[in-house]
Write a protein that binds this ligand. Sequence first.
Ligand SMILES: Cc1ncc(COP(=O)(O)O)c(C=O)c1O
Length: 400
Amino acid sequence: MTDLFSKFDPLIEMRSALLEGGVTDPFNLVMEKVESPTVAICNGKRTILLGTYNYMGMTFDPDVIAAGKQALDEFGSGTTGSRVLNGTYVGHRAVEDALRDFYAMDHAMVFSTGYQANLGVISTIAGKDDYIILDIDSHASIYDGCALGNAQIVPFRHNDIDALEKRLKRLPPETGKLVVLEGVYSMLGDVAPLKEMVAISKAAGAMVLVDEAHSMGFIGEHGRGVAEAQGVIDDVDFIIGTFSKSVGTVGGFCVSNHPKFEILRLVCRPYVFTASLPPSVVATAATSIRKLMNSADKRVHLWENSKRLHAGLRQLGFTLGTDEPHAAIIAVIMPDLETGAAMWEALLNEGLYVNLARPPATPAGMTLLRCSLCALHSEEQVGEILGMFAAAGRATGCIS
Ligand SMILES: Cc1ncc(COP(=O)(O)O)c(C=O)c1O
């Protein structure tokens, strides 16, 4: 018998070597208690959360929690069925209405996760004989959507406008083309040049899908994302998003003005062949989305936090993923996995949680400490965070 697990041996060895060095497993942390969107208890210790994607701090919003509790009481704990059978409750319609209002678009379709939204929409609209032109640093769910649909995949260099244009020019003019972009790329926290890329794509006769997972709620005048901020949202054919970041719960969606969009509800397998979200989840999402429409003050504060942290980390001597803060993600580049893991542990011991990211999630084999800020981090907390980075950085030799 060939052991089907033998292909994982290199990863098992790498993990063992890291843990034998005495470092805490960075991928196995338990949140023992979560006190607020910015503070949890980990290993019995008060820990500031700086790696949660809870950008707008909606997880403990009293209205959001009340809506979830009420739905739990009135509709039970789950739907036990697909959206196309018994799994569409009034709450599922209500959250889709909230999304239509939030984006000012005609159609909204909710999936059980953002991963499934990408998987479903990309694989269904771009099939065999079509082309998907995508940024090489695209999220795993985008790549998996491409694989499921059997389209021809044409990757281009990250955020490279000329590379996108060259790839599009080489494709046969009469074929179906879908350009897939992200508003904010979550590993380095950099924003895409959507203004130029959307214009080039449209000129080449391609449809455009933008994943705004890391910008919804925060970037753009109404929080609609980078496409809104760069003035091209009306030219984007499909926006993909998630409830697991700014919205503060779980779920995914696609919004669009395409006149035939609703047919996707019958043909999109990751929508049809899975149970719909629990009533409590869609109730919390709808309430959160409607509150995000009136959150301009929080957006301003989150930008201030992002700028403060970015400037402070640079001043301490850390190498960051972007020269200026583009979003609520600030990536600290580590020289290697061992140093990254040591720094991650030192920060945890200081009382700070960040995300340790490594290949294959990261581009160019990088090890990153990814910081994601929250609109509810206070100015004092950002100061505390910088103090912890200074102490941990010196203890591990990352900075002098
Ligand atoms: C760009 C991007 N798209 C989609 C997803 C998937 O979202 P979800 O957590 O809802 O599955 C993520 C999650 O990290 C993401 O970063």
